[in-house]
Structures are given as structure tokens and as C-alpha cells.
Design a protein around this ligand. Structure first.
Ligand SMILES: [Zn+2]
Length: 283
């Protein structure tokens, strides 16, 4: 599943390629992804509009556009959900089977493809209001983070995935950050010491920054044609074994030796999601 680093890398990849492009054609194949915006409204706003910018907020892509008629700026929100991918393709290629939305940009098509349709491409930007601070920005304050943890009875792994606490920490990097901070994922958030909370705050920033860095420096196949799992760059099946192992120290490594102490990595289920950790390093 794409998380913050994957979305950041995608935003950087698409930003310069989309800038200045005018939407000449809008095809909606699955209106579920419009999240309540009607197909006719979506088409009316997008048709003839120009892409002027692209940023990321948490795991959301925020497209800035300008309307054809009056030049008025507006925003479109994108989310990859579990299996979504957004990329540019040659217009003469057949439209992929799971295309949710296609935007014709002249010599290229913007494709939003999603096999499970949990992703979003919508004019409804309300979900942004519920997001906490951006983990890599200065407004992610260690003191506020610590205070929020101390008020929560939830397991720390579950709590750090709360998007109101900090935006964009998902299942994979939650496990990775807790391993790096040497904190047991099942420990109640309010039982963390000041030192542990500080280590975790730092670890969240480090794992996200490093993954973004790595994603920015390796050649990626955004259309994912060579990736068996159909995710745009991160994933088990299609990824080269070496790069995958290097990237993730505990996630999806149940039974394999801890890279720090050689104890077998364990998998537990928390809030219906898999958590991976080293019982020896993360007591
Ligand atoms: Zn260990």
C-alpha cells in the first residue's frame, strides 16, 4: 500500500510533468472515486482547466488547477487508497482495465487506475481539515506529540497511525519507526517515557525521510507494468529482493532474523492490521 514516502515521490515525479497541461478530455469510468462529487460537476470543472501545481499533504495529493473560463484557481484531491496508481501514458495505448478516471492532456493521458477503487480523485477537499501536522515539517512538534500520546490509552502503534495526531504515518512506517525507536508496539501510548516519545518522534521523521530519499534516487516504474503486485514502486512481489530488504527492517519479515540482534521478527495483529516487531529489541 502506498504511504507518505511513495506519495511524495509520486508528487515530485508528476509535478513538473503536469504543470501547464490543459485537460482536453475527461473520462470517468468509476464514479465511486469522485467521493460524492457528481460526474457532471467533475467534468464541468476539469474540462479545459490547466494544471498549475501539485503538492502532498499526508497521504493525499493536492492538485492545483485553474479554470478555463475565468482563470479561477481550485484544488483537486487525490488518494491512492490501497491499490491506486496515477501516471501519464501515451494516448495510443489501450486504456487499462481498472481505469477509474482518465484525463486527456493532448500528447499524454493522465491515468488513475485502481483495482479496488478505494482511491479518490475528487473536488471535495474536506478530508484535509481532519489532518494533524505534517511529520517532516516544523509544525510537527515533539512536545505536542508527547502530550497527545500521554492522553491516549491506545497501543502506541495504533495511536501513531491516527491521522489527527500526525498526518501520513501508515501501517508500514509505523512498524518501522517503532523498531527504530526500540519501543514495543503494544505498549499503551500514555506509558511512554519522555525519552521514548522523543525517540519515536525522531524515528518517524527519519524513516519517512529516508524512504522518500531512497524512492527519489532509484528508477521507478510508475505505470508498474513490470511490478507483479501492481503497486507503483513499493511492494514484495515485484521489488528486487535486495532493495526491499534494505528498505524495511521489520515490516513483512515475520520469522526472519532481526537485523540488529538476530531474534526472529514477530507478527501480531493490532486494530485489524499486521504489526511487525522484534520482541528482543522492542521490550
Ligand atoms: Zn532485535
Amino acid at each position: 500500500m502506498p504511504e507518505l514516502p511513495e506519495v511524495e515521490v509520486l508528487a515530485r515525479h508528476l509535478r513538473c510533468r503536469l504543470r501547464g497541461k490543459v485537460i482536453q478530455k475527461v473520462v470517468v469510468c468509476r464514479n465511486k472515486v469522485l467521493a460524492g462529487i457528481s460526474e457532471s460537476t467533475f467534468k464541468r470543472w476539469l474540462g479545459g482547466s490547466q494544471f498549475v501545481g501539485l503538492s502532498r499533504r499526508g497521504k493525499y495529493l493536492l492538485f492545483s488547477l485553474r479554470r478555463a473560463r475565468n482563470g479561477r484557481p481550485f484544488q483537486m484531491l487525490g488518494h491512492l487508497g490501497m491499490t491506486g496508481r496515477m501516471y501519464l501514458a501515451e494516448p495510443d495505448k489501450p486504456r487499462p482495465r481498472h481505469t477509474a478516471v482518465m484525463l486527456g492532456l493532448g500528447r499524454l493521458n493522465f491515468i488513475f487506475e485502481d483495482t479496488r477503487y478505494f482511491g479518490r480523485l475528487t473536488l471535495d477537499t474536506k478530508p484535509l481539515k481532519a489532518l494533524g501536522p505534517e511529520p517532516l515539517a516544523d509544525d510537527f512538534c515533539p512536545h505536542q506529540f508527547r502530550a497527545a500520546l500521554s492522553r491516549s490509552r491506545q497501543a502506541v502503534k495504533v495511536k501513531i497511525m491516527d491521522q489527527r495526531l500526525v498526518a501520513g504515518v501508515g501501517n508500514i512506517y509505523a512498524s518501522e519507526a517503532l523498531f527504530r525507536a526500540r519501543i514495543n508496539p503494544r505498549k499503551p501510548a500514555r506509558c511512554l517515557t519522555d525519552l521514548e516519545a522523543r525517540r519515536l518522534w525522531k524515528a518517524i521523521r527519519q524513516v519517512l525521510a529516508e524512504a522518500t530519499e531512497r524512492g527519489s534516487t532509484i528508477p521507478l516504474d510508475f505505470a508498474g507494468e513490470r511490478n507483479a503486485d501492481r503497486l507503483f514502486y513499493f511492494g514484495g512481489a515485484g521489488a528486487r529482493a535486495g532493495s526491499y530488504k534494505e528498505r524495511l527492517r521489520v515490516y513483512d519479515r515475520a520469522g526472519q532474523p532481526c537485523l540488529r540482534c538476530r531474534s526472529p521478527i514477530q507478527r501480531v495483529v493490532q486494530a485489524l492490521r499486521s504489526t511487525f516487531y522484534c520482541p528482543n529489541c522492542q521490550r
